[in-house]
Design a protein around this ligand. Structure first.
Ligand code: NAP
Length: 291
């Protein structure tokens, strides 16, 4: 392998250390304990694992975590009422409703109901709109993690050609918006399943981000020598192991730097949720961010 490995696990560890220190300081100096509420509806095993991990992450850095578990047959009215209650709860700074919700519940409605002040998952259309007009409030966790990885790897996005594959509201679209903010100043191509000659488009990239959910989609011939490759995808290989969208072994011989899966973007996503919760706690109480 010739590419530098961008170690998301290590960067996440460092950032969590900083977040924990800041939570400790807020407790001592401002008498504030940041609080995150995570809502799980139904008993999807993967969702339960994710919510459990987020709960443990909070405990690790000193953020107060409130887990609310509701049965799969919870009505829309009851879920709405819970979100309104959490919006009004002073000790709660961030609200996360784990997706997917059972089919009878309206995800978009719930996202719209979460107060923009507490929208740490950044899925409320207001939050997305603020980012789209270049005046963001919260940054969605996975693309925020990608930005941190790029900064950590010393990649300057100003004037860089960045190709993002995947245009979901969760990852690709907000990432494209973040990269084109003033200060980041990338020239972004947002590719998707209808993109013509994806390989040729990808070869224009100084930075290539894959966020599709298809193992082996990005092959070595699609990567410009020396490019930075960020693999957001998570897929199960035939042997049950976790793999990304990028053919890691082959691409690592061409790229200048690359994230692994696991140990790249994944740990960063969880960490940026903690960062957003801290930010929400500060803003709601009018506290300054540390230097
Ligand atoms: P999604 O909503 O399914 O979106 C996938 C995107 O990929 C769509 O825009 C789709 O295009 C595009 N696409 C599909 N096939 C393609 C192809 N052959 N060529 C080019 N583009 C193609 O998925 P998502 O929620 O964004 O997640 C993407 C991946 O990231 C998944 O593997 C997910 O598990 C992973 N993920 C990881 C993390 C993490 O923390 N590591 C967080 C979130 C997501 P169309 O729009 O044209 O359909």
């Amino acid at each position: 392998m010739t590419a530098d490995l961008i170690d998301g696990k290590e960067l996440a560890r460092q950032l969590r250390g900083r977040i924990a220190d800041e939570v400790t300081r807020m407790r001592a100096d401002d008498d504030v304990i940041p609080g995150l509420a995570a809502v799980l509806v139904g008993d999807d095993p993967a969702s339960r694992i994710y919510v459990g991990m987020k709960h443990r992450d909070c405990m690790e850095v000193g953020i107060a975590s409130r887990m609310v578990e509701l049965p799969a047959d919870t009505s829309q009215a009851d879920l709405d009422a819970l979100v309104e209650e959490l919006n009004a709860a002073d000790e709660i700074d961030g609200i996360l409703v784990q997706l997917p919700l059972p089919d009878h519940l309206d995800e978009r409605r719930i996202q719209e109901l979460i107060s923009p002040d507490k929208d740490v998952d950044a899925l409320n259309p207001y939050t997305a709109g603020r980012l789209a007009i270049g005046d963001p409030t919260f940054l969605s966790c996975t693309p925020y993690g990608v930005l941190e990885l790029l900064a950590h790897a010393g990649v300057d996005t100003v004037g860089a050609n960045v190709v993002v594959i995947g245009r979901s509201n969760l990852v690709g679209r907000p990432l494209a918006n973040m990269l084109t903010l003033k200060g980041r100043d990338a020239t972004v191509t947002l590719a998707h399943s209808r993109t013509r000659d994806l390989a040729a488009v990808c070869r224009t990239a100084d930075v290539l981000v894959a966020a599709v959910g298809r193992a082996g989609l990005v092959t070595a011939d699609m990567v410009r020598p020396g490019a930075t490759v960020i693999d957001v995808g998570t897929n199960r290989a035939d042997d049950g192991s976790l793999v990304g969208d990028v053919d890691f072994e082959a691409v690592a011989e061409v790229a200048g730097a690359i994230t692994p899966v696991p140990g790249g973007v994944g740990p960063m996503t969880r960490t940026m949720l903690l960062q957003n919760t801290l930010t929400a706690a500060r803003r709601r109480r009018g506290l300054e961010a540390p230097e």
